[in-house]
Unconditional design. Structure first.
Lengths: 213, 213
DNA sequence: GACATTAGTATCACCGTGATACTAATTCCC
DNA sequence: GGGAATTAGTATCACGGTGATACTAATGTC
């Protein structure tokens, strides 16, 4: 027995892809299991491939398009199989493909998968605080309401319109264009563009109100 | 070849243990590699053992004491070996054991390990925002300066004393005892106890000043 | 007894947040 | 044509947290 050998296991990858759609989040469940239940994209890394590359490949193959963001979340080891879970965010598809399951109905995927979905949503909410990922889910020109809808879908709560815009303006992250878009009812909205910016090191005091769950 | 077989790999676990010590962070490097270089605790899960249980066992065996907090950070796959990295926080040991390497000198561990250490520090800073982990690094009674020192060590920056205390008081997380501790020089400090509390769902606006790196 | 050192508090200006309420521009419907 | 509904966008205000400054308090050192 070689020294420091350790356990051997099969490596698998699960990918939870989320897409904001009209203020709600949907989960991508492209495959049908033998019992007719929907399931997440899954696969195995190829020899020499990194986990990140494998997850991107698996996601792309299942989706047909690239993901806007993809990050490793957690790894679990069960019965000789190590499963690395990735979460990703995807721009809203305009389809009504049943593979896109509203987040609230994720319970139909079973308890284990439902847990994966909740972890993915928590991870995605964290990305919003740390990265400009929301802008990757939008076309080059977008309305501030579009942007806010994405935040609301991922955070799962309504945001204050004026505060959202003030914070956005003071971060100088968006620049108005001269175009306006009429979305049917209501006043047309001005279109904005994302202005990439060196992250400002935000050092603010310590927060003692940790979140639940 | 069985269907959906996938790649097989050896599973290993690396543990980055951090301890605040007088406002600075140290990394636990108990083992000596053949070349004389210090290295992180490492090991393999046993058959049927979860990754979390294995990491806790490996940390405990290397330390001799339990860790205050331990969480999975990331998994990488290289050359037929999957390595799951855990980060942990430990109460300050009163030793001057050279196994406790000041964080600034982590460069001597090599570029790869240094990266692991930086990732662990980032993870630990995140825990401070989400969990009462700092209190686990202190005895039952502690001074507010002790607590602030832990925050400063992990966050890597000085905090405003009055703000720190105000935030702490308003969160009602600590209760003063009737004891005071004299630490040699200076005015004695009042001792406090941690008051566990149901986390207050803090829903505040969105932040657009994401952090660098 | 003066000084250094550490603990702890008071005050103030500033800024971000969220509530409320308003104006603006469009479509819908009669 | 005209009002209601709808969506976009802004103004104002009260409140609370933050950080700077400066102060008081209690101990040890010289």
């Amino acid at each position: 027995m070689p020294r420091r050998a350790g356990l051997r296991a099969t490596i698998r990858i699960d990918v939870v892809l989320l897409a904001p759609q009209r203020g709600r989040l949907s989960v991508f469940t492209p495959t049908l299991e033998p019992r007719g239940r929907r399931a997440l994209p899954s696969g195995a890394p190829r020899s020499g491939e990194s986990l990140e590359a494998a997850a991107a490949r698996i996601a792309r193959a299942a989706l047909g398009t690239s993901v806007a963001w993809l990050e490793q979340v957690t790894t679990r080891l069960e019965g000789g199989q190590a499963t690395v879970m990735f979460a990703g965010l995807v721009a809203r598809p305009d389809t009504d493909d049943p593979a896109w399951l509203p987040r609230e109905r994720a319970a139909s995927l079973g308890a284990a998968t439902r847990r994966l979905v909740e972890d993915a949503v928590t991870a995605a909410a964290g990305w919003l605080d740390r990265t400009p990922v929301a802008f990757r889910l939008l076309p080059g020109a977008f309305t501030l309401s579009d942007l806010q809808e994405i935040y609301e879908a991922i955070l799962g709560r309504a945001l204050h319109k004026a505060s959202f815009r003030r914070a956005l303006q003071s971060a100088r992250l968006v620049a108005p264009t001269k175009e306006w878009r009429s979305e049917g009812r209501g006043r047309p909205a001005q279109l904005y563009r994302f202005v990439p910016r060196a992250p400002r090191a935000s050092r603010r005091g310590v927060r003692f109100d940790w979140l639940s769950s």
